[in-house]
Design a protein around this ligand. Structure first.
Ligand SMILES: NC(=O)c1ccc[n+]([C@@H]2O[C@H](COP(=O)([O-])OP(=O)(O)OC[C@H]3O[C@@H](n4cnc5c(N)ncnc54)[C@H](OP(=O)(O)O)[C@@H]3O)[C@@H](O)[C@H]2O)c1
Length: 229
């Protein structure tokens, strides 16, 4: 892994990923909306920035050229299939064999085997309906984006984040194939560690074609599982 592209680099998760990727010595190309370029000022001179919408196929084609890995922040904002367009552009233009790592939330299910709490089910139902009604987000767009990733023959990983919080790193999160596994019960991860997991996944063969649901490694549910073993 020499050169990586971060699609959605200017967001909170994106900026943490840029830092982790630089810490690993990777050459970094970041894609972000033109109005957000200023948010990447702290990395000036250390990364290449390709300004543009992340669902713009020409922008993605240019940004991922020669990259061994692509880290993509999938967000459901708007009702123009932004996430689906972003994922498709990455799937179509990343070089053959590149590691492709996408972010999303626990609400995405790869195989329908996840067991969700009533709280999460209610949130998805209420937020999803309200967001679509007010036309500021479309959760189904993120679902479709991930469906396309799962169906691709690419070397993908879809990292499913729990609820997030800010704070110093606690270390690499723990993961499980399915939400509902008691180890995930604490449902909280530091955003900096979500980013750490995304970047570490680039070189983790065990995560190829997996959709890990993650949780912070110092959370009570993880510590309790450790004590039981
Ligand atoms: N927030 C949570 O509690 C949570 C929980 C679980 C999983 N996740 C997942 O974590 C990832 C990052 O989420 P985050 O909440 O932490 O946000 P974030 O890192 O701040 O990222 C938000 C991204 O969305 C872009 N964006 C914002 N408004 C937009 C718009 N109207 N149109 C297009 N793009 C827009 C931002 O670009 P600009 O910099 O250009 O604004 C940025 O790249 C996502 O994949 C999310 O599904 C989040």
């Amino acid at each position: 892994m020499n050169k990586v592209c971060i699609v959605g680099a200017s967001g909170k998760l994106g900026q943490y990923m840029v830092q982790h990727a630089l810490d690993r010595g990777y050459e970094v190309v970041g894609v972000c909306r033109p109005q957000s370029v200023g948010k990447l000022e702290p990395f000036k001179g250390r990364i290449t920035i390709v300004p543009g919408a992340t669902n713009d196929r020409e922008v993605i084609e240019k940004a991922v050229a020669g990259c061994d890995g692509v880290l993509t922040v999938l967000v459901p904002w708007g009702v123009q299939q932004y996430a689906t367009g972003t994922a498709q552009a990455v799937l179509d233009h990343a070089k053959p064999g590149a590691r492709l790592v996408f972010s999303c939330g626990w609400h995405i299910s790869r195989d329908g085997q996840d067991i969700y709490s009533w709280k999460l089910r209610t949130f998805v139902k209420v937020f999803g309906s309200l967001a679509r009604l007010l036309r500021f987000a479309d959760l189904d767009d993120q679902v479709e984006a991930c469906r396309r990733v799962f169906a691709s023959g690419r070397r993908w990983t879809v990292v499913r984040g729990s609820d997030l919080e800010e704070g110093e790193s606690q270390g690499l999160p723990v993961w499980s194939r399915h939400v509902g596994d008691p180890i995930l019960a604490s449902n909280i991860t530091r955003r900096v560690d979500f980013a750490l997991f995304m970047v570490a996944a680039l070189e983790d063969e065990a995560l190829v074609q997996e959709a890990p649901a993650i949780v912070g490694c110092q959370t009570p549910s993880v510590l309790a599982a450790g004590a039981e073993r």
